[in-house]
Design a protein around this ligand. Sequence first.
Ligand code: NAD
Length: 293
Amino acid sequence: SAKIIDGKSIAKQIRDEITVEISRMKDTVGVVPGLAVILVGDRKDSATYVRNKKKACESVGINSYEVHLPEDSTEQEVLTHISGFNDDPSVHGILVQLPLPSHMNEQNILNSVCIEKDVDGFHPLNIGRLAMRGREPLFVSCTPKGCIELLHRYGVDIKGRRAVVIGRSNIVGTPAALLLQREDATVSVVHSRTTNPEEITRQADIIIAAVGQANMVRGSWIKPGAVVIDVGINPVEDAKSAKGYCLVGDVCYEEACKIASAITPVPGGVGPMTIAMLLSNTLTSAKRMHNYK
Ligand code: NAD
């Protein structure tokens, strides 16, 4: 049965490495990395994500600055806060928690984060550079970066292998496909209009599933020995749980375990890596701004 890719423990290892580096930087040049988070509205899931990011910052020694705006704020108010953080030298990373309320233009807002502080990697210039050969983005978005980091740390060969990414969102699927291509994989993208997703997915040595559909990828979709990275986080009813629900991935874990050579669990796979990559991007940004190696 498949080896479990333990994102939780790798993320812990990465956070420990970051903690050491931050304390070394503070001691030698007196710089403490800072992350600003902007949350608009009262979505419970967003509030939880922001709280977890702040806690993670504290645990490694990153200063966090939070702005929480009401649901009926204007786009201009959000832009004003971003502009303040763009100009603030104690802030090295700016994160706008998505989704924004529907009356705001998400593109305008993401465009206004200066690319040197775009630790989420959502600025079109950073995504554009990711897509271009010979160009380097300043930041790569955290979830896909975490997926690749898991493959690296588990010694999975990517070069020359067939990879299939399921999902093509701007924040996960598309950058994941671009990253795999930069790693010299041969990449296919399966999405909601793909007519034969099972047949295409079955050709993959590496599968990254980022769809948002519980248990969509069945055992029969997986080539024996493939490596499966499951990004999905889907709540499903579960009478046995105190909350009344539990979280499952986009991949049917029980079936996949019997066929894949390695797989990430949900929870405890990609999720913790996303936060670790955010911390890592914030540290990288602070180092770059202070020309600290
Ligand atoms: P999204 O809704 O923006 O995009 C989903 C993508 O899946 C779309 O490109 C769509 O074309 C594709 N899709 C939808 N139905 C499909 C189908 N039946 N067959 C094939 N493709 C289909 O979602 P997202 O933001 O990319 O997130 C995807 C999942 O990953 C969600 O469950 C989300 O909660 C999770 N997620 C996890 C993390 C993490 O840190 N682990 C981070 C971000 C998102």
